[in-house]
Structure formats: C-alpha cells, structure tokens
Design a binder for this molecule. Structure first.
Ligand code: PMT
Length: 228
C-alpha cells in the first residue's frame, strides 16, 4: 500500500536526562538517521512528523517535514503517544536515554567534596515501543499501526535485535552494529539488517553499506511492500 495517505511518525536523535542544572546523561546520536528517514518519508507522505531530541539545528535546514522538539525520554514518549492515529506508521530511530537520575539536583553538584567518587543512582526510563505496543493492544482503533524499531547493538547483534523485535511486538526492526566505523552513531552511512515477519517466522533483508539517505529509502520501500 502506498504511503501517500499515511501519517508517518519518525523519531531521531538522543534524549537528555539532567543530573543537575549543568550536567546530563545522553548518547552520541546525531539525528542523521532520523532526518534521512523523515526526508524520505515526507517525499511519500505530506503527513510526516519528525520528533527529535537535541540535535544540531543546521541538520534541519531546508527540511520540509513538521518537527517537534523534545528533551527527555518521557517527553519523547508523550509526544509519540500523542501523535498516534489509526493506521499510522511509526519509525523509532531515536536513541532515548534508558536511565535518568533517581533525583535531579536543583543546584550544581560540587566537585570539591572529600571523595573522588560520585555515586549516581539511576532509574529506568519507560520503554516507548513497549508503551506503543500496550496502547495498540488496548485500543482497537490503533491495532493497524505499523511499528518499526531500530536496534543499536555491539554484540550478538542479530539475536539481540530479534529479541527486541519480539519483546516490543514490532512489525519491523532495523539492526545496526554500532561498533562498525561506517555505521551507527554520527556517520553519514549505515549498514542495516532488517527483520520482518513472514509466514515461516522471521525474514531477514541485508542492506549493503549505504548513505543514510539511501538506506532510508530502502526502509520505506520495504514498509510500503509490508503494508500491501
Ligand atoms: O542519530 P545517528 O547519529 O544517525 O545514529 C543513528 C542511530 C544509531 C541512533 C539509529 O540508527 C539507531 O540505532 N537508533 C536506535 C537506538 C536505540 O536506542 O537502540 P536500542 O537498541 O537501545 O533500542 C531499541 C529500540 O527501542 C529503538 O527503536 C529505540 O528507539 C527504542 N527505545 C529505546 C529506549 C526506550 N526507553 N524506549 C524505546 O522505545
């Protein structure tokens, strides 16, 4: 089914969890993969929305999709859940911080204490894709949404991606091995292996090394053919 009449929600970039007013927990996601996907998506459907964490503003110059800025993983989850509509397509290329400090200090934590070690207690952030799956199962009008996740892996890459595919009840997962120097965080290229469902179980589609823009087109082609 062509994506022309579909709302497409793409997420990208990192999220940020503040420790105190000057320090935060985050990761090295640049937002490039998400932007490439949103660019490819908007050329197929004007109803494309890109929800992103803190990224270089210049990367958004000349983009024509609607953008929504968020900061924390909870903000990202709320924004995504708020955008879900029956029949939409969601592509989660963001790298949300998995943990946040249990307590945020309202003043800058001083380093002039008598110890060299600072212990931070972290608590788990909500899993956005699991929350989408839950909403999908509770709200019949959302049962037809198509959900694509990404898996940023460093070891046992395929088995870890397949675990996420099943645990998060996804329609598709795009695995990138982020230990490769031309793939994953910050690069202009990516090497992606895509897993989808088929009648015999799980189907694997291996993309070669591609520019993120080219990989994004291939992912959207595959989503389009999965929707048929
Ligand atoms: O932004 P770039 O520099 O271009 O880099 C691109 C990328 C490497 C960030 C991207 O290609 C990628 O792999 N994104 C997913 C990063 C990630 O969080 O992977 P994960 O394996 O930890 O998470 C699996 C899936 O769950 C992801 O779709 C993620 O968006 C989602 N997730 C993660 C944490 C969380 N609390 N809720 C989630 O829904």
């Amino acid at each position: 089914m062509p994506l022309k009449d579909k709302k497409i929600i793409v997420t990208g970039g990192p999220t940020r969890e503040w420790i105190d007013p000057v320090r935060y927990i985050s990761n090295a996601s640049s937002g490039k993969m998400g932007i490439a996907l949103a660019d490819a998506a908007v050329s197929r459907s004007k109803q494309t929305v890109f929800i992103h964490g803190p990224i270089e503003n210049s990367l958004l110059t000349n983009t024509i999709f609607k953008s929504i800025y968020v900061e924390t993983t909870a903000d990202l989850m709320n924004a995504v859940l708020n955008e879900l509509t029956p029949g939409c397509v969601i592509i989660m290329a963001a790298a949300p911080a998995d943990f946040q400090p249990e307590k945020k200090s309202s003043t800058k934590i001083k380093k002039e204490n008598d110890t060299d070690i600072l212990i931070l207690k972290l608590k788990k952030n909500p899993d956005i894709l699991k929350n989408i799956a839950e909403k999908k199962s509770k709200d019949a009008s959302l049962s037809g949404i198509f959900v694509t996740g990404f898996a940023a892996e460093t070891d046992n890459t395929e088995s870890n991606a397949i675990k996420k595919f099943n645990a998060k009840n996804l329609d598709m997962i795009c695995l990138n091995d982020v230990t490769q120097k031309d793939a994953g965080f910050g690069t202009d290229t990516n090497r992606i292996i895509i897993f989808t469902k088929d009648s015999d179980g799980i189907k694997k589609t291996e993309l070669p090394l591609l520019l993120k823009a080219e990989a994004a087109e291939r992912i959207l082609d595959l989503i389009e053919s999965e929707l048929k």
